[in-house]
Design a protein around this ligand. Structure first.
Ligand code: NAD
Length: 256
């Protein structure tokens, strides 16, 4: 379905980003990976889908590096047809204890990076008459939790950016939508499970059970594969008129 298209997925060396990159690669899209940590595993997994893959290590908190990544992707594969803004970090603390530099980092990586990639990707998508921008927000783009001020502010902002991007392109072939996952068991959430286990002096299994039961009525994690399938749908012709939605896959979290 996506043969001949190029997808750039930020923060795709692990977790949800890698799941979405794999789902797009299985549909035939060329993939530009980004993120830190192990590169060999993710690149090999994409190659196994039979599509070309390349990597750029831009730090998504740095607009200059984001610009270099966008140029690199265009040089390698001739343009970006599908942009998935996924890179994200978390910091958990009450507002009065929240370190200002962590606030700045969360806003830069989880929100401002999507503005920069989007502004740089749009002109070529508009000229081509087709493009897909998918913002990986969160259920925290729709509702809040205590001790996550920067994350909740960034994700609500990302849902807002999604709507504006969709509206500004509503009469053309470029769509923009957001995905809002509940809990997904990735390194980002494993850190929160480990912290809960340490603080409460309980096992990691018990901490996982408590984490799910506090917020997610299904008591199940959403998987990167399920989120990848939603991204593929947003790229399909059936989703041509799906514009500016924030679609949660959250086990009923936001329905409460
Ligand atoms: P993860 O920690 O597994 O992956 C994060 C990715 O972002 C990694 O590839 C990492 O290298 C990359 N990254 C981090 N800082 C970066 C930077 N400065 N520049 C470039 N890349 C950077 O986390 P995840 O859970 O897969 O999260 C992916 C996205 O999904 C995030 O935006 C997160 O907020 C969102 N999300 C996650 C959950 C969840 O439960 N895991 C729920 C809702 C939303």
């Amino acid at each position: 379905m996506l043969k001949g298209k190029t997808a750039l997925v930020t923060g795709s060396t692990s977790g949800i980003g890698l799941g979405i990159a794999l789902a797009l690669a299985k549909q035939g899209a060329r993939i530009v990976l980004n993120g830190f940590g192990d590169l060999e595993g993710p690149q090999a997994a994409i190659r196994a889908c039979g599509v070309p893959v390349t990597y750029h290590g831009a730090d998504m908190s740095r607009p200059d590096e984001i610009g270099a990544m966008m140029q690199y992707a265009t040089q390698q594969f001739g343009g970006i047809d599908i942009l998935v803004n996924n890179a994200g970090i978390q910091h958990v603390a009450r507002i009065e204890d929240f370190p200002p530099e962590r606030w700045d980092a969360v806003i830069a990586i989880n929100l401002s990076s999507a503005f920069h990639t989007t502004r740089l990707a749009l002109p070529a998508m508009q000229a081509a008459g087709w493009g897909r921008i998918i913002n990986v927000a969160s259920v925290h783009g729709l509702v809040a939790s205590a001790e996550k001020s920067a994350y909740v502010a960034a994700k609500h902002g990302l849902v807002g950016l999604t709507k504006v991007t969709a509206l500004e392109n509503a009469t053309g072939g470029v769509t923009c939508n957001a995905i809002c996952p509940g809990w997904v068991l990735t390194p980002l959430v494993q850190k929160q499970v480990d912290a809960k286990a340490a603080t409460l002096g309980i096992s990691k299994d018990e901490a996982t059970r408590q984490l799910l039961s506090e917020k997610e009525p299904s008591l199940q994690f959403t998987t990167p594969e399920e989120l990848g399938a939603l991204a593929v749908f947003f790229c399909s012709a059936a989703a041509n008129n799906v514009r500016g939605v924030a679609w949660n896959m959250d086990g009923g979290w936001a329905a409460q």
